[in-house]
Every structure is written in structure tokens, then in C-alpha cells.
Write a protein that binds this ligand. Structure first.
Ligand SMILES: C[S@@+](CC[C@H](N)C(=O)[O-])C[C@H]1O[C@@H](n2cnc3c(N)ncnc32)[C@H](O)[C@@H]1O
Length: 274
């Protein structure tokens, strides 16, 4: 940041009160959706609606679950919405537009996204790739890889995010992905995993129906999904050496979604897990 920007930011911060959390969130939602205009109306609407309805994104920011300068791996990143939100957050915080009762903004977080669907990767790259960000140097741009999480190498990361993705592969494959995530995470790193709780039958079945409809509307083949109870998710993560916190994460929706905040212990994990 140059001196002029520093002065401007300081002046803005001194004269403008920090925004209320709800106003700040609406501004971030607008800013994070805007880049998708270059990827088409569908991509923009999808981003705007998802940020409006899904409680997880605001939770990640307000609680500071993405640390400043973190290397973030977003597995099953779709059209890269998290990367767009983190960039918007960085810009807003630099201007002083950050609620005082939120945790520190994720300044300089850098995202690598892995996504199976070429069309989503294309949307992400159009909206957020290096060429899409005027004046950005290579380090500033998010990177998106088109690949299957079962085979794509995971880079060393401080934070791994997997939101509503693992149920597309079977339990043995889920376990292998989680083991590779644990290896990719640096000591003290964190996995942010959202899953449906299969022991909550109604909510889980509702999310399966919603998933099938959205998959069909987006022109993809509807495939079977694989869930497990929240207790079973926790057992698996603990066996991998994570300390796990669970947070219900489907407020305002009929689903049974839970965010698992899994802290990687500093010591090596046990190789075998149930
Ligand atoms: C419900 S969407 C969630 C997208 C994003 N995580 C979010 O919360 O906005 C699930 C995403 O996982 C992707 N996906 C499914 N199977 C995958 C696989 N084997 N490897 C990588 N991505 C996959 C889908 O294409 C889809 O974009």
C-alpha cells in the first residue's frame, strides 16, 4: 500500500464510524457478486442469491475463521465465491468498512480452488483470475484448478475449506480425501468442513432433494450422495488428529447442515482411522 492510500485509509477510518454488521454484510455481498457480471447473468445471480441465503459465508468472516495471509485451499469451490468474498473483505477492511465487533479481516488471504465442473472453473477464472483483476500482480489473483478432488494434488495450506462437497463421493473416498487434507495442512492449520447430518433424517433428505434439483437445473447428471451422522464425522476427524468444534449452519434453510471447525494438532496424526 502506498503512502497516499495509507493517509486516505486513516482519514476514512478516523471520520467514518465502522458500519453496522448487517450494512457491512450487504455491502460485501454486493462487492463479492459484482465480478461475476463479466461471467454472465446466471453467475452473478447465483453469487448474489447464495450470499443472501447461506449463513456460512458471513459466519466465516465475522468469526475470523480465515486468518490474514492464510493460504486457503477451497475444495469443490464452484464458481469461486469464497475467493471473491475474501477479496471483497480485504478491500472493505482496507477502507475502514469493517464492523468493530467482527474478528480481524482476512487481509491477503490467497485462495487455490479445486473444482470438477469446467463451466464453474471458467466462471471463476473470468470473474477472478489474474487477467480479470486490473492492476493485480500474480500473487493477488486467486488460482482455480479444474480437477477431481479424489486425484488432484493438494498444495500445502493453512486453511482448507470444503463446503457441501464431500457427499458426492463414497465413504472410503471421503476418508482418503480427509487424510490427504490432514497431510496438506500445516501444523496448527484448520479444516472448515460443512456437511449434512444424516442422523437428522428430515433435514438431510430435504438437502438431498434440493441438491438433486440444483444439479439437474445446472445441466449435470444427478448422482447418489453419501452421508454420515454428525457423530461419525467427528469420530473420523478426531482419529485424524483434529480437535473438532461443531456449529449448526443451516439457519434460515430447511437443511441439517453443520460446520465442523477442525483444528490440526501440532503433532503428527495416527495413520489408521475408523
Ligand atoms: C454444492 S456445490 C458447493 C460449492 C461451493 N463449495 C460453495 O459452497 O459455494 C458442490 C461443488 O462440488 C463440486 N464437486 C463435486 N464433486 C467433486 C469432485 N469429485 N472434485 C471436485 N469438485 C467436486 C461440484 O461440481 C460443485 O461445484
Amino acid at each position: 500500500m502506498n503512502t497516499l492510500t495509507n493517509v486516505t485509509t486513516a482519514a476514512t477510518t478516523a471520520t467514518t464510524p465502522a458500519p453496522a454488521p448487517s450494512r457491512a454484510w450487504q455491502a460485501l455481498r454486493k462487492m463479492a457478486s459484482a465480478p461475476y457480471r463479466s461471467a454472465g447473468l446466471f453467475a452473478w445471480r447465483f453469487a448474489h442469491n447464495k450470499l443472501g441465503m447461506d449463513p456460512v459465508f458471513k459466519h466465516l468472516l465475522s468469526r475470523g475463521l480465515i486468518a490474514p495471509r492464510a493460504r486457503v485451499l477451497d475444495i469443490g469451490c464452484g464458481q469461486g465465491l469464497l475467493a471473491s468474498l475474501l477479496r471483497a473483505a480485504d478491500t472493505a477492511a482496507a477502507r475502514g468498512d469493517w464492523p468493530l465487533d467482527w474478528a480481524q479481516a482476512p487481509h491477503g488471504a490467497r485462495v487455490t480452488g479445486i473444482e470438477l465442473m469446467p463451466r464453474d472453473v471458467e466462471r471463476a477464472q473470468r470473474a477472478l483470475g489474474a487477467q480479470a483483476v486490473k492492476g493485480a500482480d500474480a500473487m493477488d489473483a486467486a488460482e482455480f484448478v479444474c480437477g477431481d478432488m479424489r486425484h488432484t494434488p493438494f498444495p500445502a495450506s493453512d486453511i482448507v475449506v470444503i463446503l457441501d462437497v464431500l457427499h458426492y463421493i463414497d465413504i472410503a473416498e471421503q476418508n482418503r480425501v480427509l487424510e490427504r487434507v490432514r497431510t496438506a495442512l500445516q501444523p496448527g492449520g484448520r479444516l472448515l468442513l460443512r456437511v449434512g447430518d444424516a442422523s437428522s433424517r428430515r433435514g438431510f433428505r430435504t438437502s438431498q432433494w434440493a441438491d438433486a434439483i440444483i444439479t439437474f437445473v445446472r445441466g449435470h447428471r444427478v448422482l447418489p450422495v453419501f452421508g454420515r451422522s454428525l457423530a461419525a464425522w467427528v469420530v473420523k476427524l478426531e482419529a485424524l488428529g483434529f480437535e473438532v468444534e461443531t456449529v449448526p449452519m443451516s439457519r434460515g434453510t430447511p437443511f441439517a447442515n453443520v460446520l465442523l471447525i477442525a483444528h490440526a494438532a501440532h503433532t503428527a496424526h495416527a495413520a489408521e482411522a475408523p
